[in-house]
Ligand binder design. Sequence first.
Ligand code: DC
Length: 231
Amino acid sequence: MPEHIPVIAVDGPSGSGKGVVASYLATQYGYHLLDSGALYRLVGLAARKAGIELENNPDQVVLGDIAQSLDVSFTPTNDPENPLAITLNGERVEAEVRTDEAGVDASLVGAVPSVRDGLFELQRSFREAPGLVADGRDMGTVVFPQADVKIFLTASAEARAERRYNQLKHKDIGVSLHDLFQSIQARDERDRTREVSPLRPADDAFVIDSTDMDIEEVLHQVQAIVTEKLG
Ligand code: DC
């Protein structure tokens, strides 16, 4: 019998805390980590660099080809401020992929079926021993429907905009809370209503609403769920 490689799926909208939860679990269990949002961000970035229009009826074939042949690498660094080096066609891009603009582009390309198909096998290939924590929107519903544990993290759009605002303020980046709130709402709407792999909890997911919780409380709840499921 082939060895069973466990998967923990962590899905939810942007700013719900799933990134922190996913890297906490990966460290805790010594598992690999798939940041699927980064892959969608990289497709968006590669398309922008190639001068491809993303807003109105983007070219499905061209975008599908970009997703299918994405030349990327993720390498851990020793720098706590920048723990993961990301390259696209050999060029370091981690600062570029983390911007809010790259998030919006990722959401645009994420609605294109050929992009989702093009990234499917690449995402599945991250499942290696001893296990995988997969962070995204459709990890528990589409990419790893047999995941051993499924967590869906959510929070009100107001709370998520405020978290992002405080993060950016901390980095001395000036933005308006209202603009952030509107951008988060627009992205949520697109991610939830798209025809392919919309953002939604799997039927067997544990849903955690972190609106009124701090990150320690969230990690505590998540840990209890995963311990019960995986031991
Ligand atoms: O998790 P993130 O903020 O990096 O994701 C950016 C966008 O990428 C998100 O708004 C929608 C898209 N995405 C997706 O469609 N499917 C995923 N599994 C992950 C991200």
